[in-house]
Design a protein around this ligand. Structure first.
Ligand SMILES: CC(C)(COP(=O)(O)OP(=O)(O)OC[C@H]1O[C@@H](n2cnc3c(N)ncnc32)[C@H](O)[C@@H]1OP(=O)(O)O)[C@@H](O)C(=O)NCCC(=O)NCCS
Length: 160
């Protein structure tokens, strides 16, 4: 089941976000819970950050935003992850297929996202869903402690 995240979800979201197999691929470097609170508050206020529950527990999350005006038919996916304890079981496939269906029903014609060039599982995952590589954002993504930034891939799915 997918639902909007709530203030009560912060501990579950934080522990999934900061997991060593997840945090290298999301937007922020590891940080303590106290610092995460302000980021989480912004995510809540956007009302575009969703959690995906399985058997009453948070199994994954994602953010789906829309652009305004002449690009209002475009949505952007981000801050997406599945609990590593559940990887390889089709959870992301179910979660993102559902998100795509909802965006489609809301009139979205293009869904785009960025994937780090060293994130092979995610690149394969999005390709499987039909996303295509459109370009490379060179030196776009820099993790604390890395000497230099790495490339990101811009991927998009067109909906007819
Ligand atoms: C990418 C991620 C969301 C996939 O979640 P998942 O629930 O394990 O994915 P699924 O089980 O639904 O897999 C669906 C397909 O994705 C691909 N895939 C998933 N994990 C993979 C892996 N480790 N290696 C290669 N391909 C993989 C496969 O094509 C798979 O289909 P198949 O099993 O029939 O081959 C998960 O690895 C994750 O949370 N990673 C950390 C955070 C992250 O990278 N987020 C994306 C940022 S852009």
């Amino acid at each position: 089941m997918r639902r909007l995240a709530t203030p009560q979800d912060i501990d579950a979201v934080f522990s999934l976000y900061m997991h060593e197999r997840v945090v290298p691929y999301l937007g922020y470097d590891p940080m303590p819970l106290e610092d995460f609170r302000a980021i989480y508050q912004e995510m809540l206020e956007s009302r575009r950050f969703f959690v995906y529950e399985l058997n009453g527990r948070i199994a994954g999350f994602y953010r789906a935003t829309r652009y305004p005006g002449r690009v209002q038919h475009v949505a952007s996916l981000g801050t997406l992850a599945v609990d590593p304890a559940l990887h390889g079981q089709g959870v992301a496939l179910a979660m993102v297929s559902h998100a795509i269906d909802e965006l489609k029903a809301a009139g979205v014609k293009r869904i785009e996202l960025c994937v780090e060039s060293d994130n092979a599982p995610a690149l394969r995952f999005y390709k499987k869903l039909g996303f295509e590589h459109e370009g490379t954002l060179r030196k776009f993504y820099k993790r604390a402690g890395d000497a230099s930034a790495i490339d990101d891939h811009l991927m998009a799915l067109l909906i007819d």
